[in-house]
Design a protein around this ligand. Structure first.
Ligand code: ZN
Ligand code: ZN
Length: 243
């Protein structure tokens, strides 16, 4: 039997990390922050892969900083676009919403964002809007030993990509970039933090070991486990309101 090799690269596009998964086929996770398509091209040149070799752009969710350069990336790569159907309308209209803040800083950030952050997002057609709770990128024909898992909480259409080896590409289900939070952990922005915690428990049950967020560098799953414990100690029994 042919042994499958998989490697991946982090491609920062503005404030957002895209990740390139290279198996039998090549998948780009997320479409970058608005106005930074040059970063995408630079990143692809750095790893020595032609953008035209990308088969699919898989969106972790539909917020502006994850779909901002998607239109240009799609034009360059001719790749198909896939995402969970719950966030699809934001991509197809080019009018994504901002998520609510969870922490005091998150609320401040979003308060400022509502006034100051008005990016122009070019709308994009989604080729594959899925609703399955979990599907395999191996069985879908991409030759990548990974599962796509519906992990609502940050947005209702958030998904994570979990490699069979335990690396999880988490979009905004985890954060650590300086402008969001100093230390790595759970998101400071989310539609429903109790749901974020439930989604993480599912990912941990399925074998998540190392977290690759869309903002900031990777960190071990133990950080998330500690944050879940702290969250439950503070708001155990789901007393915390949605966001
Ligand atoms: Zn987001
Ligand atoms: Zn984001």
């Amino acid at each position: 039997m042919k042994r499958l090799t998989l490697h991946f690269h982090r491609i920062p596009v503005g404030i957002t990390n895209c990740y390139l998964l290279c198996g039998e086929k090549i998948i780009l996770i997320d479409g970058g922050a608005p106005g930074h398509v040059k970063d995408f091209m630079r990143g692809m040149a750095r790893v020595g892969i032609s953008p035209r070799d990308i088969d699919l752009v898989l969106l972790t969710h539909g917020h502006a900083d994850h779909i901002g350069s998607l239109h240009q990336i799609q034009q360059i790569t001719h790749a198909r676009i896939a995402m969970h159907k719950s966030d699809c309308a934001w991509v197809e209209s080019g009018l994504p919403e901002l998520p609510p803040g969870v922490t005091l800083w998150g609320k401040t950030l979003i308060g400022l964002g509502r006034i100051l952050y008005k990016p122009r997002i070019l709308r994009c057609g989604v080729n594959y809007a899925f609703d399955a709770k979990l599907f395999s990128l191996m069985k879908q024909g991409f030759g990548i030993p990974a599962k796509v898992i519906h992990t609502p909480g940050h947005s209702s259409g958030s998904i994570c990509v979990l490699l069979d080896t335990g690396e999880v590409f988490a979009g905004d289900m985890a954060m650590q970039a300086w402008f969001l939070r100093w230390k790595p952990g759970l998101p400071v922005l989310a539609e429903d933090m109790n749901q974020v915690v439930r989604s993480w428990k599912q990912l941990i049950r399925l074998g998540a070991k190392r977290v690759y967020p869309a903002h900031g560098l990777d960190f071990p799953i133990e950080v998330i486990q500690e944050e879940i414990l702290a969250w439950e100690k503070r708001y155990g029994g789901g007393r915390k309101p949605k966001a």
